[in-house]
Design a protein around this ligand. Structure first.
Ligand code: ZN
Length: 232
């Protein structure tokens, strides 16, 4: 056991030597996204209008824009270089946005519900991609968000029924067809009468959120909101 632990330490030390922890913005060492760079990311100050019509999701809240270089790099490195530590600054975007927007002084009626309790559901990955990546980035972000506000994280309440192809390059209609009935509710008891926040890293047309919200509402969920780090 002790020996195994030391081996892990050696592997970690080697990895850090080979790939030192440095900020994706300024290359300063010790953090993947330093505080100074994080604070340059402009947060949405209010609910940005969502240009695609929504049928099942009540609102989509986005913390910032995907066009921001740091945001784009952070999401890319988390998903494709598997730097899980980047879930932390990405969840911080959601936490700060939600905290600002639900401040009691806000006059936006959509947020006049600071005391409303939500259950948090991360958008699930399909099995194939979960095997490739070994983690769901939305779940990492959702866990940090839930812990901060004391909301319940329902990580396995929704599952994908099949491996849907990538949505990239598809138009809205094709995305809808691609996703039709792609989600099932595995724990309907936990959904019934609940207010839900769906968490994801990026939103484009909202088709994925819509398809999940449809399944949730068919199972008796009340409000279904989307809270997304970056709007594409
Ligand atoms: Zn930096």
């Amino acid at each position: 056991m002790k020996f195994k632990l030391n081996i892990n330490k050696i592997i970690n030390a080697t990895l850090i030597l080979l790939f030192p922890i440095e900020c994706i913005g300024c290359n300063k060492e010790d953090a993947y996204l330093c505080d100074k760079c994080f604070l340059t990311i402009p947060l949405h100050e209010k609910v940005e209008p969502f240009e695609h019509p929504l049928q099942y999701v009540d609102e989509i809240w986005t913390a910032t824009d995907y066009q921001n270089n740091l945001v784009q790099t952070a999401i890319h490195h988390l998903k494709f270089r598997h730097i899980k530590e980047l879930a932390q600054p990405l969840s911080r975007l959601l936490i700060e946005f939600y905290d600002n927007a639900t401040r009691p002084a806000t006059d936006d009626s959509r947020f006049a519900t600071r005391d409303l309790r939500y259950s948090i559901i991360p958008v699930p990955l399909n099995k194939k991609r979960l095997l490739e990546r070994d983690f769901n980035q939305s779940e990492l972000i959702g866990k940090l968000f839930s812990d901060y506000f004391g909301f319940e994280l329902l990580a396995d309440a929704v599952k994908r029924t099949r491996n849907t192809p990538h949505q990239v390059g598809l138009n809205k209609k094709q995305r809808q067809t691609n996703l039709k009935d792609a989600f099932i509710i595995t724990k309907p008891d936990l959904i019934k009468n609940e207010n839900i926040i769906l968490i994801d890293d990026v939103v484009t047309t909202g088709s994925t959120l819509e398809e999940i919200a449809k399944a949730l509402k068919e199972n008796g969920a009340q409000r279904v909101m989307g809270l997304i780090a970056a709007k594409d």
